[in-house]
Write a protein that binds this ligand. Structure first.
Ligand code: XMP
Length: 214
């Protein structure tokens, strides 16, 4: 794990052995490793504990439930040693506040806009309201699309100094340097790294490009 890195690896591999090896090889070159449902469902929740031994882990569960259920899930994620968790904000302030309260020292990032084309159907029209809901709930930072510079710049302007982590890089068309220039603090990168013939090399290149911006 590299404190100065702006790269977050999205570990969406379903081959658990390969995922763990890749996590270990790339962790010196990234700030955190994000785990999502694919790896958690294949490896089991203990994968959170396992990777937490050598890296910050962000659990991308995109929580979107009632406060009590959100709380029960987040308490377990916390027990497993995660550094951060991702929740939706559209469910409202009470549900998100339940996440923040159960998270304790864990960092809560709320989704305020997304990177896929369908996000423009509904979600991405409401990022101002979603930021306001999130701030009132007390989140640590936001997830905002790194492949949509116009939206990302608007979110940065409203978010002030709060942290923004941005997916949508590589496979979804975004560029890591452009995303950071538009306001991301960290970029989340999955397929561009783990589908490469030399994933460690690609991760190191992204990390170096971003470190040159500091
Ligand atoms: P790729 O392979 O596209 O993986 O680099 C991206 C990772 O990030 C997740 N993802 C998102 N998560 N808001 C989120 O909270 C988004 O807009 C978003 N877009 C992608 C995706 O599930 C994968 O793990």
């Amino acid at each position: 794990m590299s404190d100065g890195s702006r790269l977050i690896l999205a570990l969406d591999l379903v081959d658990v052995g390969r995922a763990l090896r890749m996590a270990q090889d790339i962790s010196p070159h990234c700030f955190a490793i994000k785990v999502n449902w694919p790896i958690i469902l294949h490896a089991g929740p203990q994968i959170i504990r396992e990777i937490s031994r050598f890296s910050r882990v962000i659990c991308d569960l995109k929580l979107a439930d009632i406060p009590n259920t959100n709380r029960l899930i987040v308490e377990r994620v916390r027990e497993l040693g995660a550094w951060g968790v991702i929740a939706h904000s559209f469910v409202g302030q009470d549900s998100l506040r339940a996440v923040v309260e159960a998270a304790g020292d864990m960092k809560v990032f709320s989704v305020v806009a997304m990177s896929h084309p369908g996000a423009s159907d509904l979600l991405n029209r409401f990022h101002d309201m979603l930021i306001d809901i999130s701030m009132k709930a007390g989140v640590y930072g936001f997830v905002a699309p790194g492949n949509n510079e116009a939206v990302l710049r608007q979110i940065r302007a409203r978010a002030g100094g709060m942290k923004i982590i941005s997916p949508g890089i590589g496979a979804q068309g975004g560029d890591e340097v452009s995303a950071v220039a538009a306001g991301a603090d960290y970029v989340i990168v999955g397929r561009k790294i783990y589908q490469a013939s030399d994933p460690v090399k690609v991760a190191m290149e992204i990390d170096q490009r971003l470190s040159m911006m500091l």
